[in-house]
Design a protein around this ligand. Structure first.
Ligand SMILES: Cc1cc2nc3c(=O)[nH]c(=O)nc-3n(C[C@H](O)[C@H](O)[C@H](O)COP(=O)(O)OP(=O)(O)OC[C@H]3O[C@@H](n4cnc5c(N)ncnc54)[C@H](O)[C@@H]3O)c2cc1C
Length: 452
């Protein structure tokens, strides 16, 4: 065992939980502060969104989870789990390969129980401020002040000092909104998918859904069953087979280019000159990174949705390893990746491993930004990883195993199936051999739990 540090993890979603588990394993003293009454992060479904600004423009949000009622996982359960805790199909639970959101929540509950994380988590505790305690100290000696308020008690602020802070607050809550001419004047219902829960409130309405991402498509597909018309507006006019099949199946489902103008009389004018009068505009336009509690004296900033500078999307070079952020990368296999982040952070804090020098980390970040620029990748896509190689390479920093081949293949086959069969890919697939290979692998049998 190396040195034991006092560490505050902010957030008890998947990334905070696994970071806490890794920190405890490494012998650190860990406190997880979680603003909600339970673990799960996005997977703790919040049915009531009435108190939230429909466009989520406030810096401090009231609702964290953006999960809607009918949501099922996009990736099959076999690929989702942490490396030492497979996401098993259990008796009496939702055993589908692509289960509903509650099943992942229950998996995370099982994870907490299995690794005895319960006592480390303080619920109903919202962090309002995190900043350096001894600003100006060398980065090895930096400590952090954390101020939090407990919802259930008198609401008094509690201030604590920690050797290190791990920020694990997620990034699918703060709505990202486009700038559309007339948006402020359009008086009918406008809301972001952050607060969308079910189609019923839109019965009989004409709804414009902005954003052709997976949420935009899936929400449109459930709206067409109750709404009078659904108009999906997209930046890109090319659409893949699965979506065009789905559109052609529903008479009240229409596809449009971007919106040009919103008019006070309720009309929505598209860039091709066509227009409709709508009841509701639903923005499925994604999310921004937001850390309203974090005071790094300007050393970590969010600029056009790039959080930086961060070495390997995790460590601010001038503040690490005492400050780290987990869960920033997108389009990766989240849970195993968060696990490798937690492991690396834990071993850096105990002194088992060391980060490169400040200059080396900054050079690596600059090179990465430069290569993105050369490849024409916009700043706002900095953290979109796309692909398994990065995860494997990241893991090398801490001796973390590479993703199994079957995991990669099952992921890819699910995505290919989705592109062709958008409406049915979760219930019909062509990958049974691979699924069986996965279920027979040591990964799935490691807990000694019988699979039925
Ligand atoms: C609609 C939707 C569908 C998705 N589908 C998938 C999918 O199919 N597969 C997949 O892998 N991922 C999916 N995701 C991504 C999902 O966000 C991740 O799986 C995962 O939840 C990220 O974990 P996290 O711990 O980093 O963040 P989160 O799950 O967001 O957890 C962050 C935690 O931090 C807490 N917190 C935030 N601020 C504070 C504060 N100031 N003080 C105290 N606590 C705080 C929150 O309450 C929350 O519990 C989806 C996301 C959305 C929105």
């Amino acid at each position: 065992m190396g040195e034991s540090k006092s560490v505050c993890v902010i957030g008890a979603g998947p990334s905070g939980l696994v970071a806490a588990r890794e920190l405890l394993r490494e012998g650190h003293k860990v406190v997880v502060l979680e603003q909600k009454h339970d673990i799960g992060g996005q997977w703790l479904y919040e049915p009531n969104t009435q108190e939230e600004d429909p466009l989520g423009r406030e810096p401090w949000l009231k609702v964290h989870s953006s999960i809607y009622d009918s949501l099922r996982l996009m990736s099959p359960r076999e690929v989702m789990g942490f490396t030492d805790f497979p996401f098993l199909a259990k008796k009496g639970r939702d055993r589908r390969r692509f289960p509903g959101h509650r099943e992942l929540f229950l998996y995370l509950k099982d994870f907490c129980d299995w690794f005895h994380l319960g006592d480390t988590i303080k619920f109903n505790t919202k962090v309002h401020y995190v900043g350096p305690f001894n600003y100006g100290a060398s980065r090895e000696d930096l400590k952090w002040v954390v101020r939090s308020k407990q919802k259930t008690k008198s609401g008094e602020e509690v201030e604590q000092v920690f050797d290190a802070v791990v920020v694990a607050t997620g990034h699918y809550s703060k709505p990202r909104l486009p700038c559309i001419q007339g948006m402020e004047k359009w008086r009918r219902k406008q809301m972001h998918s952050h607060i969308y829960r079910s189609p019923e409130p839109f019965r009989g309405e004409i709804v414009v859904v902005i954003g052709n991402s997976f949420s935009g498509q899936e929400i449109s597909l459930e709206l067409v069953k109750v709404a009078k018309e659904v108009h999906l507006s997209s930046k890109t006019v090319e659409i893949y087979d699965g979506l065009s099949k789905a559109i052609s199946k529903h008479e009240n489902f229409h596809f449009h280019p971007q919106i040009d103008t919103l008019r006070e009389d309720g009309s929505v004018v598209f860039t091709d000159g066509s227009s409709i009068i709508a009841d509701t505009i639903l923005y499925c336009t994604g999310y921004n990174y937001s850390f309203p509690f974090l005071d790094t004296k300007g050393m970590v900033v969010v600029d056009d949705n790039r959080v930086g500078p961060l070495y390997e999307h995790t460590f601010p070079p001038s503040l690490a390893p005492s400050l780290s952020l987990v869960g920033i990368p997108k389009r990766i296999l989240g849970l195993p990746f968060f696990e490798s982040q937690g492991k690396w952070i834990a071993q850096l804090l105990s002194g088992k491993r060391v980060l490169p020098s400040y200059d080396e980390m900054m050079k690596s970040i600059d090179d990465f930004y430069h290569s993105n620029e050369v490849a024409g990748i916009a700043k706002r896509h900095t953290h979109e990883i796309n692909g398994f190689d990065y995860c494997d390479k990241y893991g090398e920093n801490v001796g973390f195993p590479k993703l199994e081949e079957w995991r990669k293949e099952l992921c890819v086959s699910a995505v290919i199936n989705l592109f062709v069969n958008l409406e049915t890919y979760r219930d019909s697939w062509n990958a049974d051999d691979k699924v069986q290979e996965a279920l027979r692998s040591p990964y799935f049998t490691q807990l000694g739990v019988e699979l039925e």
